[in-house]
Every structure is written in structure tokens, then in C-alpha cells.
Design a protein around this ligand. Structure first.
Ligand code: HEC
Length: 139
């Protein structure tokens, strides 16, 4: 390769290809789910992101009663819509990680929790989101 321009172009192209997640080896544990479970789990994921966004807004507004109602809404929607027997179709590690979010949601939704603690629970909760996303994929 005598042409330096071509060398740089090839190098740049390779860098892009190798760093593209599509080409990176999948290192997460893949969970295969029936479509109703998958629709529910991913829908609940989006619901949690929305609830976290509303949490930030309601903390800014200082409206802890509305925050309590918002967390209750998230939790009762999950219970109402969860497909029958889905727990048994999920790997134990996934369920344990999902359950480890519970004390954080509880503390966030409790108007008696001091605001600094609520904010700490939000950060700890988001660390659980990220840890799980690094560990599992759903197909
Ligand atoms: C127990 C594991 C676990 C936890 C905890 C978890 N997630 Fe997920 N989430 C997943 C998996 C697995 C996917 C699918 C990712 C994939 O297949 O690439 C996902 C997908 C998502 C998606 C995309 C949904 C879609 O429609 O594709 C969002 C948004 C999301 N999660 C938000 C969150 C938020 C916010 C939290 C924390 C409050 C959270 N998740 C906690 C496992 C988890």
C-alpha cells in the first residue's frame, strides 16, 4: 500500500467496522421469549424510563405526593399486564436483578424519604438498569 491516502481510508473504514456493535461479538446472555412476554417486558422497560423521567420532573416540582402516585401507577400497571406464568420462563439471574430494583422504587415513591436519599436511590436504581442491560439481551 504505497498511497498514504488509501492506507488512511482503509484504516478508518476498518476502525468503523470493528467498533460498530453489529460487528462486535455479542457478549450478553440472550434470553429467548415468546412474543407476548417480550412485548410485555420491553413495554415495561419503556414504562420505567418514562417513570424515571417523571421522577426527575416531580422532584424539581417538589411534588412528592404526585411522585408517590406515579410510582404506584407504574407498579400496578406491571401487575395488571404481566403475562401469566412469565416468571417461570425468565432465567433466575434476570429475575433476581429485576427484583433488586424494588427497594429503590419503594423508597422513591415514599413521601417520607428525605429528598437526598430519593436522589441517591434514583442513581442506584439506574446502576441496576445499566448492569442488567450489560448482562442480558432479549430476542
Ligand atoms: C433485569 C434486567 C433489566 C433491568 C433491571 C432493566 N432492564 Fe431495561 N432492558 C433489559 C433487556 C434485556 C432489554 C433488551 C435489550 C436488548 O435486547 O438489546 C431492555 C430494554 C430496555 C429498553 C428498550 C425497550 C424497547 O422497547 O426496546 C429500555 C427503554 C429500558 N430497557 C429501560 C430500562 C430502565 C429505565 C431500567 C431501570 C429503571 C431498566 N431498563 C432496567 C433488561 C433490564
Amino acid at each position: 500500500m504505497t498511497n498514504p491516502g488509501r492506507f488512511i481510508l482503509t484504516f478508518a473504514l476498518l476502525t468503523v467496522l470493528l467498533s460498530n456493535p453489529v460487528y462486535a461479538a455479542e457478549e450478553r446472555m440472550v434470553i429467548e421469549l415468546p412474543s407476548q412476554d417480550k412485548t410485555f417486558v420491553l413495554g415495561h422497560m419503556r414504562g420505567m424510563l418514562e417513570a424515571l423521567t417523571d421522577t426527575q420532573q416531580l422532584l424539581l416540582d417538589g411534588d412528592r405526593e404526585a411522585l408517590k402516585a406515579r410510582i404506584t401507577q407504574l407498579q400496578s400497571r406491571e401487575q395488571d399486564e404481566r403475562p401469566q406464568g412469565m416468571g417461570k420462563r425468565l432465567p433466575t439471574a434476570f429475575r433476581v436483578m429485576a427484583q433488586s430494583m424494588r427497594p429503590h422504587w419503594q423508597a422513591i415513591g415514599d413521601p417520607e424519604t428525605p429528598e437526598t436519599d430519593v436522589r441517591r436511590h434514583v442513581v442506584d436504581l439506574m446502576r441496576v438498569c445499566n448492569a442488567c442491560h450489560q448482562t442480558f439481551a432479549i430476542r
